[in-house]
Design a protein around this ligand. Structure first.
Ligand code: S3P
Length: 171
């Protein structure tokens, strides 16, 4: 089984993916970490030195590589992965289970004000600018996230609770 977790920045894709991989005894892969290992560079450095367009090109390349090469896995995408090229088509091929970790705009704003530092798209924004940025960005991205085969609400839930719900959903 191939399970792909997607959703906005700070929706918990990586941490929930890790928890779920323990529960289901499946291999866990994180697309951002895979990119860092292959390029030997932090994501923020790639954005800074090579630009976002370069990042989106290699993000697509490594996504395809993982989906084509690996057998059973839980894969956490980056927040922007579903929104570029034909990435959602790649993700939804075969019997892959794609899952949107869905949070309301308010939830995502609240989380990102706390967790913006390692995220190049928002790191330099003042806290007062985050609400408008996130609201617009989510509005643009939601239609891509909605292409996931299934979704789960994350508002007000602990990561552990979301992982438990996902385990039930998948069984
Ligand atoms: C991005 C999200 C990041 C990372 C990159 C771009 C985005 O991943 O891939 O900074 O466009 O939303 P996380 O969702 O893990 O923060």
């Amino acid at each position: 089984m191939k399970i792909v977790l997607l959703g906005y920045m700070a929706s918990g894709k990586s941490s929930i993916g890790k928890l779920l991989s323990k529960k289901l005894s499946m291999k866990f892969l994180d697309l951002d970490d895979y990119i860092i290992a292959q390029e030997k560079m932090a994501i923020s450095k790639i954005f800074e030195e090579k630009g976002e367009v370069y990042f989106r090109v290699i993000e697509h390349k490594y996504l395809k590589e993982i989906i084509d090469k690996e057998e059973d896995f839980i894969l956490a995408l980056g927040g922007g992965t579903p929104c570029y090229g034909n990435n959602m088509q790649e993700v939804n091929t075969g019997n892959t289970v794609s899952i949107y970790l869905e949070g309301t705009t308010a939830t995502m704003i609240e989380r990102l004000i706390r967790k913006k530092s390692k995220r190049p798209l928002i790191a330099s924004l003042g806290d007062d600018k985050i609400p408008e940025f996130v609201a617009k960005h989510l509005f643009e991205r939601r239609s891509f996230y909605e292409q996931a085969k299934t979704k789960i609400k994350i508002d007000g839930k602990k990561k552990k609770e979301v992982a438990e719900e996902l385990e039930k959903l998948l069984n």
